[in-house]
Design a protein around this ligand. Structure first.
Ligand code: BTN
Length: 258
């Protein structure tokens, strides 16, 4: 996107839809929505999580949002930077809205947003590439706002919501505008100073300040203890056990929390 994003050129509200990410993807296939176009819904009949899982969310309770980004300052191999962008955005909004929990908000590599070891938000970013460029990016997020009971929560982490932590319900509409505004501001910040932005992501990263366990995905008995000291733009983590450092991939290693 060459023009500075200030507010969404279009904000489409749908009471009921299969998936906001899929809706935006279909819109892209048949028209030319402007960068920054945002889709939100009260309910998704087929909300999508990562790794082909479903994202369940009770009607009207949570923030379900997909935003179209065209990150012209990133190459295809740097696509993970968008996860950093969205993760920092959600964490910073949460820090403002939940000030008493501020220092317990973190990102679990690669991009689950946690408060104390519980998941409060999931991100699903779907990209369209053209050669070495990222042509379009659908930045989807599901933020648990007012839901208090979770029957189907994917991914093995315990769920939590903002209302559970705040002890009161919050306005999803206010959050919608705050997240979009913060996302656009961060998009510009990241374009101007990527390294400064990476530092912001690292400061929020679980395991950056404390030793954690990592489990090998092919041999689940193979575990290693250490910190993450860096993340590159492709999403690889620089693992440090105090004696040696190596770059590890999310395809091979899982960060254990709790
Ligand atoms: C995950 O943690 O598995 C990612 C969950 C992402 C859910 C959001 S809700 C809005 C957007 N539309 C979808 O279908 N999925 C994402």
């Amino acid at each position: 996107m060459t023009n500075r994003l200030i507010r969404p050129p279009a904000l489409i509200y749908l009471p009921h839809i299969e998936s906001t990410n899929d809706f935006l993807s279909a819109l892209l296939a048949k028209s030319e929505p402007k960068p920054g176009t945002a889709i939100t819904a009260d309910f998704q009949a087929a909300g999508k999580g990562r790794f082909g899982k479903k994202w369940h969310s009770e009607p009207g309770m949570n923030l379900l949002l997909s935003v179209l980004l065209t990150p012209d300052f990133l190459k295809a191999r740097e696509v993970f930077f968008l996860n950093m962008l969205l993760s920092v955005t959600v964490c910073e909004v949460l820090q403002k809205k939940l000030p008493t929990h501020s220092d317990r908000i973190s990102v679990k590599w690669p991009n689950d947003i946690l408060v104390d070891d519980k998941k409060i938000c999931g991100l699903l970013i779907q990209n369209g590439f053209s050669g070495d460029k990222i042509q379009t990016s659908i930045a989807g997020l599901g933020l648990n706002v007012n839901q208090t009971q979770f029957e189907h929560f994917p991914g093995g982490l315990q769920p939590v919501s903002m209302s559970i932590l705040a002890g009161k319900n919050l306005e999803t509409r206010d959050l919608l505008f705050e997240v979009i505004q913060e996302l656009f501001q961060n998009f510009e910040d990241a374009r101007e100073n990527r390294e400064e932005f990476r530092t912001r992501y690292l400061s929020l990263l679980h395991g950056c300040h404390s030793v954690l366990q990592f489990q090998n995905r092919t041999d689940i008995n193979f575990k290693m203890l250490g910190k993450v000291v860096d993340i590159d733009d492709s999403g690889k983590a620089l693992f440090d056990d105090g004696n040696f450092r190596k770059w590890i991939s999310i395809d091979d290693w899982k960060m254990l929390v709790g």
